[in-house]
Design a protein around this ligand. Sequence first.
Ligand code: HEC
Ligand code: HEC
Ligand code: HEC
Length: 135
Amino acid sequence: MKGRVRVLAAAVACLLLSAGALYAYDVPKEIVIKRPEGNPPLADWVGSVKFPHGFHAVKNACEHCHHKESAKNLGEFLACTQCHKGADPNDNTGFYRAWHNDATHSCLGCHRKVRLANPKALPPLSCTDGCHKKK
Ligand code: HEC
Ligand code: HEC
Ligand code: HEC
């Protein structure tokens, strides 16, 4: 009986801790992705991208996109651009490819995959109607 109470107390403590950790997360609702310095747009129509982050974060696990985060540093989410800031559009660790790679943690990679599975699905593929809205 004592053993069971202790297990229960441990479970409650775990629940409280994880709830605390959850509330401590900062989940931005909308993010305008910042272009790193010394990294000019590849074309003149490329405007800044407003990313509905909260909308994506309720539908996908955080670590799906924040692929360098682990259980250890959950709650300390890094901006992708801390690492992905290089100007070479062919470099997978650069700025351009983080968003336009085939991997499903890349914007275009995931949107393509979802649309291939269901052509009526909503994620945008168009450059200027979808993400880089014309001003
Ligand atoms: C669909 C992909 C995706 C998912 C899912 C996602 N994020 Fe993000 N998150 C991003 C992108 C992209 C950025 C912008 C990074 C940048 O500007 O370099 C970002 C930025 C952030 C930032 C701001 C970082 C900074 O210092 O500017 C925080 C905090 C964050 N996310 C937390 C979370 C949490 C917590 C979850 C899960 C509840 C989550 N994210 C789920 C893609 C995602
Ligand atoms: C701590 C540094 C770091 C952060 C933060 C980071 N990445 Fe990465 N990313 C890398 C490195 C290094 C690679 C090269 C391959 C690997 O190690 O996974 C990479 C690879 C990628 C790839 C190519 C994967 C493939 O298989 O071709 C994509 C897409 C990507 N990252 C997107 C993102 C997005 C989106 C975010 C933010 C939500 C992000 N990364 C945050 C360091 C980072
Ligand atoms: C893991 C998959 C995934 C990733 C990664 C992802 N998206 Fe999406 N995105 C979706 C899906 C699915 C939808 C449509 C959801 C719906 O409407 O039900 C969507 C919708 C959108 C929309 C339209 C929202 C609206 O209100 O109609 C925009 C804009 C968008 N995504 C931008 C981005 C950007 C920018 C990135 C990268 C920084 C990104 N997405 C990364 C899956 C993803």
